[in-house]
Design a protein around this ligand. Structure first.
Ligand code: HEC
Length: 124
């Protein structure tokens, strides 16, 4: 029974990018308490007052970067700019003076990262 349940999950990891839900990803990216991407980025469809401009606008980003490249921007932004302002959304170690409730936890879970990648990949 367990093997039958596990098999599709293992096969599914190769297509992890496709596993994300774009609508959930948009909600995460535009949330003022979760992704907070609009602190720094302009996102399509957001009110002008909530469009950040510290980072590049993300309209059309799905046409420039594929899912793997988008995921890398979210997980290890320092690979592309060692001095980047952008937070590493999947990191949970090496952080200092993090609020107790957040200690040992990434900003976004792997499933939430999948959702945001699916949303970004669809911005064309
Ligand atoms: C505190 C500011 C900040 C926040 C918050 C932030 N980013 Fe960024 N992001 C940047 C900056 C600045 C860059 C440009 C790269 C650099 O120079 O650091 C960038 C680059 C990117 C890129 C690559 C853009 C390109 O044209 O190559 C993507 C994709 C991206 N961010 C997605 C996101 C998403 C999605 C979120 C929310 C989950 C987010 N960012 C949150 C600052 C931020």
């Amino acid at each position: 029974m367990a093997a039958a349940v596990m098999a599709p999950v293992l096969i599914g990891t190769a297509a992890a990018a496709a596993a994300g839900d774009p609508a959930r990803g948009e909600a995460i990216a535009t949330s003022r308490s979760l992704g907070l991407c609009t602190l720094c980025h302009a996102l399509p469809g957001q009110p002008p007052a909530l469009q950040g401009n510290l980072g590049p606008p993300l309209a059309g980003i799905g046409a420039r970067l594929d899912a793997q490249a988008l995921r890398a921007r979210l997980l290890t932004p320092e690979r592309f700019n060692p001095d980047t302002l952008m937070p590493a959304y999947g990191r949970s170690e090496g952080l200092q003076r993090v609020a107790a409730a957040q200690r040992g936890r990434p900003l976004l879970t792997p499933a939430q990262i999948d959702d945001v990648v699916a949303y970004l990949a669809g911005l064309r």
